[in-house]
Design a protein around this ligand. Structure first.
Ligand SMILES: [Zn+2]
Length: 385
């Protein structure tokens, strides 16, 4: 008898695990994985000023290759519960769809991975030819300080290594099988501050208006493209998000003017090279006549990508076999825990269809749960062939 991804996902949805609550979801995974022969660790991480968060690491096998399924059991709040057609933590099925908070983001992804792994083990005498693990955090939707980064570090400290990771976030845009995410642009926030000299508007010769300098620099930084894109990424993009002087007085030239911007950047840059490039361009535009400085906000979102190759081929072939679709290898979208996992091993994101994630009436087609389980199963079978 094969494992049922619908029953497993339903059970997880019925655990009200709004970040940072565990809600019984990790306890359920612990019981289920232990019964299948996994060694299971429940690890709680703390940080001053943040809520304690429970995480889970479970592994079966000691040999390589080591394939890990990563994900999170925490969910965003349900919002207005009265607006849901079916209660957000009931796991009801209607019209062929399973309703509930986390149905696609990403208790469904975990339910499917779990079903696929249990089936693979059952078909192979209870043991993989290498190692399979689950890396599950309860802190993805929150500030993520007590989740995946610390859990990865904890596993590495034990001397364990991952060879490949599948992160089961809802990667598909419209239909199951349309998209695998293989990386992400980096994100950098900066402030540009131009200093002048405050004075009376009637006597501009005695003042130095920083707004003139700011306008020059803002225009210069938007003038030329940062690059023309790369093989895996679209062109990098700088967007100003605010211009602030804060001057309420009509006859006063202000002493300082500021602008704020964000850059989404591709693999032609690193955080450091990008800062240097922006500072250089401002330097050139200022031509020694504008007194300016940059303040950079700390960023843990560098650019990354898995090079298309045998592992992405294996995943794409499994998707094609089950759905008949040829997935796009995409680097679009907001951040995910893949940005941390990539520091330990190649990671691809493939899960359900993201359309209803974080919305009222979040739901997944039961057929998609079965198809995703079959895809994961095909990946595992091939991986350990
Ligand atoms: Zn998610």
């Amino acid at each position: 008898m094969s494992a049922d991804p619908l029953a497993l996902t339903r059970y997880l949805i019925r655990c009200p695990s709004v970040t940072p609550a565990e809600g019984g979801a990790l306890a359920f995974l612990e019981r289920t994985l232990q019964a299948a022969g996994f060694t299971v660790y429940r690890i709680t991480f703390s940080e001053p000023g943040a809520a304690d968060v429970e995480n889970l690491y479970a592994r079966i096998g000691t040999a390589s290759p080591h394939l890990t399924f990563a994900g999170h059991t925490d969910v965003v709040p349900p919002g207005n519960e009265a607006a849901w057609a079916h209660p957000p933590f009931a796991g009801e099925v209607a019209g062929g769809e399973l309703y509930g908070r986390g149905a696609v983001d990403m208790k469904g992804g975990i339910g499917c991975a779990l079903a696929a792994v249990l089936d693979h083990l059952a078909a192979h005498g209870g043991k993989p030819k290498g190692s399979i693990s689950f890396l599950v955090t309860g802190d993805e939707e929150g500030i993520a300080v007590n989740g995946t980064p610390k859990l990865l570090h904890w596993v590495a400290d034990r001397g364990e290594k991952f060879d490949h990771c599948i992160l089961g976030e809802p990667s598909n845009a419209e239909e199951l099988g349309d998209t695998i995410k293989i990386g992400r642009r980096g994100s950098l926030n900066g402030h540009l501050i131009v200093s002048g000299k405050q004075g009376h508007v009637a006597y501009p010769d005695r003042a130095d208006n920083p707004i003139r300098g700011l306008v020059t620099l803002v225009a210069a930084l938007q003038a030329a493209p940062l690059d023309h894109g790369s093989a895996l990424f679209p062109p990098s993009h700088l967007e100003f998000t605010s211009v602030d002087v804060g001057n309420k007085t009509v006859n006063l030239i202000p002493g300082e003017a500021r602008a704020r911007f964000n850059i989404r950047f591709n693999d032609k840059h690193t955080l450091d090279s990008l800062k240097a490039l922006i500072e250089q361009r401002a330097e050139k535009a200022a031509a020694g006549k504008i007194n300016f400085a940059f303040q950079w906000e700390p960023s843990n979102a560098g650019v990354f990508a898995v090079k298309p190759g045998p592992f992405t081929d294996l995943v794409a072939e499994a998707i094609a076999k089950i759905t008949g679709r040829k997935p796009e290898l995409s680097t679009s979208g907001g951040t995910s825990d893949a940005r941390f996992i990539t520091q330990y091993c190649p990671v691809v994101e493939f899960g359900l269809v993201g359309q209803t994630m974080h919305q009222v009436n979040e739901r997944v087609a039961v057929a998609d749960l079965r198809a995703l389980t079959a895809i994961y199963r095909a990946i595992i079978d091939r991986y350990f062939e």
